[in-house]
Design a binder for this molecule. Structure first.
Ligand SMILES: C[S@@+](CC[C@H](N)C(=O)[O-])C[C@H]1O[C@@H](n2cnc3c(N)ncnc32)[C@H](O)[C@@H]1O
Length: 381
């Protein structure tokens, strides 16, 4: 188990022992404090934990550290690739040894030639990245080391230029860390500022990232197969879960937030997606209005309920994007009614006051000043 003692007021996300949780940034993750607090409260009951919108797997990481059984579902391949890493354990040298072997033995056939890729990466860096990408795509069986390598590569794929190349943490020209810029905008920006992609050795950058993952060798109580890609609105998505969840800790997409997949288009490319933005972005909740949204969220609660143990408690952090003028509590309450089950509201409080560190809404590109987020705790009756 990882020791989480730290100086007061330092958000857990920034502490060294939680570097694995930070292996790759992800838009709108919730702070580690939130699931940890809930899990510690319920640990004595030895719950089976489920996060049906697991994102980058913060709930799973917290559960792993407390030795608890946890499952995660997400419809985004990028989220799933990162979340799997939260359950993986291996010798710290294994992912790099694998990367060296894969790069040495692969001749890339698909090197993108668009202006974006030409400016985003130095040709040599891009070539090695493509070797790694293609080799990981055809790797027959996912090992924990390959899961860590894939998530670390996603984490290094784009981010700010380093002041000193010897400390580079990302392979790319200047980019945001959490989401990928739109190609035309990025190319214009790099040209205007005269920014050039640095010549970086892929293995060196990866080694630096992986060396920080201090928690990696702590044996995980969970298998990497306990996180999988699926639409949590569909009942058969849950067939893969061979345990009865009793505790849900989750954060559904905020009402009005539909761009999880498009904003991660570059990481999606690394996972085998197209080398441009794919606007037909897979299964999402229906954001076409507050009623249909509540209905689609309700189907997730119904599916969860149908595979759960006799007792089921849910902790849900949920909000709206600032421009969506709707009542968050009402949408959540309606989603519970739509589930067809009966629920008791145990507590509801504003999320902003609940945790140290950044709020989820702060990571949205929009002005977050007016965003509203709540932590709901409900139990099925
Ligand atoms: C707010 S984020 C969750 C963040 C997570 N708590 C974390 O710490 O990283 C919501 C997630 O729901 C996923 N999602 C959206 N619609 C979904 C669906 N129908 N089924 C499964 N996941 C979905 C998105 O891909 C996104 O990763």
């Amino acid at each position: 188990m990882i020791n989480n003692t730290r100086p007061r007021n330092v958000a857990l996300a920034y502490s060294k022992e939680n570097a694995l949780n930070a292996i790759c940034p992800y838009f709108t993750m919730f702070p580690l404090e939130y699931p940890l607090r809930v899990l510690k409260k319920h640990k004595k009951d030895n719950p089976v934990v489920l996060d049906p919108f697991c994102g980058r797997g913060t709930t799973l990481f917290a559960a792993r550290n407390l030795g608890m059984n946890a499952w995660g579902i997400d419809s985004s391949p990028v989220a799933v690739a990162i979340a799997k890493a939260k359950l993986a354990s291996c010798d710290i040298d294994d992912p790099i040894a694998l990367a060296e072997a894969l790069i040495a033995s692969t001749d890339p056939i698909d090197i993108p030639k668009s202006p974006f890729f030409k400016h985003a990466y130095h040709p040599q860096t891009l070539r090695d990245l493509c070797k790694l990408r293609e080799a990981l795509l055809v790797l027959p069986k996912g090992s924990d080391a390959s899961v860590i390598l894939r998530a670390a590569a996603l984490g290094c794929l784009h981010g700010p230029l380093p002041k000193d190349l010897a400390n580079a943490g990302y392979f790319s020209n200047q980019m945001p860390r959490t989401y990928a810029s739109k190609p035309d905008y990025a190319v214009r920006y790099w040209k205007e500022k005269g920014l050039k992609a640095p010549k970086l050795d892929v293995i060196t950058v990866l080694r630096r990232k992986i060396a920080r993952l201090t928690g990696l060798s702590f044996t995980s109580p969970n298998s990497i197969l306990q996180v999988f890609q699926g639409d949590s609105q569909e009942a058969d998505t849950y067939d893969a879960i061979n345990a009865k969840p009793s505790l849900v800790i989750t954060s559904p997409p905020y009402y009005g937030m539909r761009t999880y997949v498009q904003d991660q288009w570059l990481r999606n490319w690394f996972l085998g997606g197209p080398s441009e933005i794919d606007y037909t972005a897979g299964p999402q909740l229906n954001h076409g209005g507050k009623d249909v949204f509540a209905k689609s969220l309700g189907s997730v609660w119904r599916n969860t309920s149908s595979i759960s143990s006799d007792r089921l408690e849910m902790y849900v952090r949920f909000g709206i994007i600032p421009s969506a003028a709707v009542n968050v509590k009402e949408i959540f309450k309606n989603s519970l009614e739509e589930s067809g089950n009966k629920w008791r509201l145990v507590s509801v409080r504003a999320a902003a006051s609940a945790d140290a560190g950044k709020r989820q809404a702060d990571q949205m590109k929009t002005d977050s000043a007016a965003a509203v987020e709540f932590d709901f705790h409900v139990e099925r009756i």
